[in-house]
Design a protein around this ligand. Structure first.
Ligand code: ADP
Length: 610
């Protein structure tokens, strides 16, 4: 989200967006509203009792026959009984109103979370590599959004509504008692609203800035935790602390600025409220003194207390207004996620008939692809992946090899050109069917927190325990796992990089797909493990379409076909022999690889020993 962008969503818009989330709880809402109304009636009782009590006591003091203890006790007992009864009833209604209001808030908050998670799971990969959608920032948008939206529900149903109903009732009672007093009380309201609006105008912009800084801060902290190893090894703790300090300083300034504005206007509003109270006291006292019909000394207290009920919600208004403005900003970020329709993965309808398997013939024609960040990663690429063959993608880092895998798995769609699988455009394939038929082993292992068994079973959730063990055996990880104190119940995130890679391969064995993409599958393995994995990959290759990306020449020369990429473009293709004989980039990479491995010396040493 841009820092200085003003919120386009108005309060009405916000409530409209919230309504579908509140509607499922409409009965709870009705009960809450009824309780709210009862509570508002209760809130006026004190004023009425005080009015009557003062007048009754006053009358008693001025009786011709002198003070009567019996009457005084009767008045006091009545006051106590009414006030006590009212307190009990009021406590019950407040409890009920709060608990039901909270229930609505908690449920709405849960539904919002479920909805956004649901949504995020549907998005294309491109969404996550866009600016502003980095994990820390997304998390802040979601957390803040849910918090302030559910707060809006709470503000509305638990705080504002009872207060405003009570204010309206109090105002009605004031008018009923005396029109002039009612008018004075009413006159204060627009002044209040005006001050609040001016305050709101001055606060605008600041809120967005505060939020933007907050997003950057939490993203920064997440970054620090993720890169702790690098920070420590380079002794860059101070540098990172300084970066955070600058942001924190910015955040502190922005927060202070918003608070300063807030406090000035709050002070102003309290002042106006006090003036209102004084005016009402003076007016009522004057009316009592001139013996205005219906005016008695009790009315002074009565009016002051009623006015307190009128001004209470207005006093709360700045907080609610602040919260509501926050909610407008956060809601925009939050609903922005729910509304990102164009980011939802499209799925075609094409599928394979029951029992049949995808063959795995990929054809790419003049494919162009640019990442959302603007990197033009694939340029005019034409190539064919033959089914049942192993195709190796060779090229220097950044040549676009992993991007091809991303395109074939439909994580991204090409800008132009066509990609077909078994003659059907990739876009027309049912995405789930497509991915059910593709096994992916990436450079970086994706191990979830959980046990080793759970992680392997991710390949096929309905696999039996024995099938999981069998997959682990094929991936050459079984012996190492059972040697662990907790065996297959051990925490998978604590395994070494190479072991995690084999868990990922075991997962693929369990999935047993006809197409396999291996993106540097042995990048983090030791020599023995690499050989073991190579053997198991050789075994699983049979009858499948395999695309392998590797810097390991040993894995590349085993493939049936090679595509050499340079800056997203295919520069050479053919069998290993053909491509090597052509010279060019492949020969360069091949020879450099052999030299770096010291193949000649290794060969001589092995010959001399055997
Ligand atoms: P290779 O696998 O050959 O090392 P990649 O396909 O990973 O290369 O990258 C090709 C180009 O695309 C590089 O310039 C890289 O920086 C860029 N790139 C890769 N992934 C992303 C991404 N998620 N967002 C933006 N650019 C990317």
């Amino acid at each position: 989200m841009e820092k200085d962008k003003e919120s386009k969503m108005g309060i009405g818009g916000l409530l409209r967006r919230l309504l579908p989330f509140v509607l499922p709880y409409r009965w709870l809402l009705v009960v809450t509203l009824v309780l709210t109304f009862v509570g508002s009636l209760m809130a006026q009782v004190n004023a009425v009792v005080l009015d009557r009590a003062v007048d009754a006591i006053n009358e008693l003091l001025h009786l011709d026959g002198g003070f009567m203890w019996g009457a005084a006790v009767r008045i006091l007992v009545t006051i106590s009984a009414v006030l006590l009864g009212k307190e009990v009833l009021s406590a019950l209604t407040t409890f009920g109103q709060r608990i039901f209001g909270e229930k609505i808030r908690i449920n709405v908050s849960r539904d919002l979370s479920l909805r956004v998670v649901d949504r995020i799971l549907q998005f294309r990969m491109a969404f996550f590599s866009q600016d502003g959608n980095e994990p820390g920032k997304l998390q802040t948008r979601i957390d803040r959004g849910i918090m302030s939206l559910s707060n809006t529900v709470k503000n509305f149903f638990i705080d504002i509504l009872p207060l405003f109903t009570s204010a309206v009732l109090a105002l009605v009672l004031m008018y009923a008692a005396n029109v002039y007093v009612g008018l004075v009380a009413t006159a204060i309201i627009p002044v209040y609203f005006w001050i609040t609006t001016v305050q709101g105008r001055r606060m605008k912009g600041w809120r967005h800035r505060v939020f933007g800084t907050h997003q950057q801060l939490s993203h920064g902290i997440l970054n620090i935790i993720e890169s702790m190893g690098v920070i420590k090894s380079f002794n860059r703790e101070r540098l990172e602390a300084a970066k955070q300090a600058t942001l924190q300083e910015q955040s502190t300034d922005q927060q202070m600025q918003t608070r300063r504005i807030s406090f000035i206007y709050e002070g102003l509003k309290t002042f106006v409220e006090q003036i209102g109270t004084v005016l009402i006291i003076i007016l009522t006292a004057y009316l009592v003194l001139v013996d205005y019909p219906g005016m008695s000394i009790g009315k002074i207290m009565y009016h002051v207390m009623l006015f307190a009920n009128v001004s209470a919600p207005i006093r709360q208004m700045h907080r609610i207004y602040d919260d509501l403005n926050d909610a407008l900003v956060y809601a925009e970020g939050f609903f922005g996620i729910l509304d990102a329709d164009e980011e939802v993965e499209e799925s075609g309808k094409w599928t394979v008939a029951g029992g049949q398997r995808v063959r795995g013939r990929f054809e790419l024609k003049n494919v162009e692809f640019t990442y959302p960040s603007g990197t033009h990663a694939i340029r005019d690429l034409t190539m064919t992946i033959e089914p049942g063959e192993t195709t190796a993608l060779v090229g220097l880092s950044g040549a676009g090899k992993s991007t091809i895998v991303n395109l074939l798995d439909k994580f991204y769609s090409p800008d132009s050109g066509s990609i077909t699988l078994d003659g059907v455009p990739l876009g027309e394939w049912d995405t789930q069917v497509l991915r059910d038929n593709i096994g992916l082993v990436l450079q970086k292992n994706h191990i979830f927190s959980g046990t080793i068994e759970e992680n392997i079973r991710y390949g096929r959730p309905d696999a039996t325990h024995d099938e999981v063990l069998e997959a682990a055996r094929k991936a050459y990880i079984y012996d190492q796992v059972i040697a662990l104190p907790e065996g297959f119940e051990s925490n998978a995130t604590q395994l070494s990089g190479g072991q995690q890679q084999r868990i990922a391969i075991a997962r693929m064995f369990l999935k047993d797909p006809p197409i396999i993409f291996l993106d540097e599958p042995t990048a983090s393995l030791d020599a023995i493990a690499t050989e073991q994995i190579k053997n198991s990959i050789d075994a699983i290759k049979q009858g499948r379409t395999v695309i392998v990306i590797s810097h390991n020449i040993g894995q590349i020369i085993d493939s049936d076909r090679i595509y050499v990429l340079d800056a997203g473009h295919c520069v050479q293709s053919g069998t290993t022999d053909e491509v090597y004989r052509q010279g060019g980039l492949y020969k360069e990479i091949f020879d450099a690889s052999a030299r770096s491995m010291n193949v000649d010396k290794i060969g001589r040493l092995r010959d001399s020993v055997s």
